[in-house]
Ligand binder design. Structure first.
Ligand code: BG6
Length: 451
């Protein structure tokens, strides 16, 4: 069989076509309510197989495996004229393949908690196993890195590099004459823009592709938070607390504390906000004394954004938090969010009822109506796939951010005119507010990768 999808050498296995009828059978099993006996975190038997992409399977139903495979097939069709194979190793959908298996090679392999949907999307979107492994390895290293104190004392390994400032980090003016830092990572051809107002990352480009949404009606005069990129919701998420919605971090101007270049070539900017800020909102926050630093790091693997908060007073305080990612997508209804299947969520549109998501198909969550949810205890790794463009955004969040929100207003009255082109997936700490004792520090952040 001719193959246009590269199968890496070390993963070369006999390619066995799965007839559409077997895929249909897998769907029937799932739909008929047969429980998946194979759970995340267990060792499952799986079959190394590939779906033949010349099969424009008339019988492959929409939803789950079929729909995504269909997307991938269309991509293959474009690339190689309706022939080729798509490896499906390590994917959640392999659970279906296990059921659908009709003989052939199989072996034992671990399926990691929370990874399956994400890896599945990735595997389907791209068949480059080497890149997949590199991402996973980096993401695993990233959490401890994110959890370290961010600004090192003078003389530390990180050098605040005035000499390289013009190359890697530019401090200048942006829209509305607002202060802005631009970071460039030349080897990976990424750039990021961060406004001092709210320390808001407004743009993150991988090559020419913009990963973040900027509202056409965003205000750039400081009167409102900037609706673009990653507004920081702190020290309050949503209406839950004494402050205006989403707290004050996104409303006030942060100091640019440093820009630097690491030995590994990653570039960063760190912003600071503390309780000496003159804003009435800050003063009104129950007299809490704090020192907050927000670090934005661009590396070959993507974008890391991390908030560190220290209680500098003699009273404890608590807060909730989210990184309000506005991801740019071509159509919200054609976007799948992976990692949130089969989780309880709090539905903010249904009197905050706890809803049990029973679909564990791994097909990803698809927004088809106004959606405002908080998933309690979301996995550390999430991903979203724009199935129109096959653009994939991967997210790894620190354990200190156990929750994730999912929001799109879906054309509701007064909502943003660009609602179709964004989806908010926000790593968050909402259900259990973070409590900080005097002198204590907290760190929460995310690593984002785009393909
Ligand atoms: O303040 P913004 O950027 O308009 O975002 C508001 C939305 O932010 C989301 O995080 C919340 O889940 C929604 O309930 C809320 O409406």
């Amino acid at each position: 069989m001719h193959s246009c999808w590269h199968m890496p050498q070390e993963r070369a296995v006999p390619v066995v076509a799965i007839p559409p009828v077997q895929i249909q059978r897998a769907h029937r099993l799932r739909r008929s309510g047969v429980r998946q006996q194979l759970r995340f975190g267990t060792v499952v038997e799986y079959s190394r197989r590939a779906v033949p992409c010349e099969t424009e399977s008339p019988g492959v139903s929409r939803g789950g495996f079929g729909e995504l495979a269909g997307t991938a097939l269309r991509r293959s069709d474009l690339a190689c004229g309706r022939r080729g194979t798509l490896p499906l190793r390590d994917t959640l959908w392999e659970r279906d393949l296990v059921r659908a298996r009709g003989g052939g090679r199989s072996e034992q392999a671990p399926v990691q908690s929370g990874m399956a949907g994400f890896v599945g999307a990735y595997a389907l979107a791209r068949s480059d196993a080497a890149a997949r492994q590199a991402w996973s390895a980096h993401a695993d290293r990233c959490v401890p890195r994110l959890s370290r104190a961010l600004v090192r004392p003078a003389g530390g390994r990180r050098r605040a590099s005035a000499a390289r400032l013009t190359m890697d980090a530019l401090v200048g003016k942006g829209n509305g004459d607002l202060g802005k830092v631009t970071l460039s990572h030349e080897t990976s051809n990424q750039t990021v823009e961060v406004y001092a107002l709210g320390a808001t990352v407004t743009s993150w480009k991988s090559g020419k592709e913009e990963n973040f949404f900027t509202s056409k009606v965003a205000s750039w005069d400081g009167s409102k938070p900037i609706r673009a990129g990653i507004p920081i919701c702190w020290p309050q998420f949503g209406p839950y607390g004494p402050l205006p919605t989403h707290g004050f971090a996104r409303n006030v101007t942060w100091k640019v504390l440093s820009t630097s270049t690491e030995a590994d070539g990653s570039v960063s900017a760190t912003f600071g906000l503390d309780s000496s800020n003159e804003s009435e909102l800050v003063k009104a926050w129950a007299g809490a004394s704090f020192d907050a630093q927000y670090s934005v790091i661009l590396s070959g693997e993507g974008l890391e954004t991390t908030l560190r908060v220290k209680n500098t007073g003699d009273k404890p305080f608590s807060f909730t938090f989210s990184l309000h990612n506005y991801f740019q997508i071509s159509d919200v209804t054609q976007t799948k969010v992976f990692g949130l299947d089969k989780l309880n969520y709090m539905d903010r549109l249904a009197n905050e009822a706890i809803v049990f998501e029973d679909d564990d198909s791994g097909a990803g969550v698809n927004v088809t109506e106004e959606t405002d949810r908080i998933y309690y205890g979301a996995p550390e790794e999430l991903a979203l796939l724009d199935t129109s463009t096959l653009r994939l955004i991967k997210m790894k969040k620190t354990p200190s951010l156990p929750d994730a929100t999912l929001w799109n207003p879906f054309g509701g009255e007064g909502c943003d005119p660009g609602w179709k082109n964004f989806i908010c997936v926000e790593p968050a700490a909402v259900k259990d507010p973070v409590k900080l004792a005097p002198g204590a520090e907290w760190v929460g952040g995310q690593l984002l990768g785009a393909e």
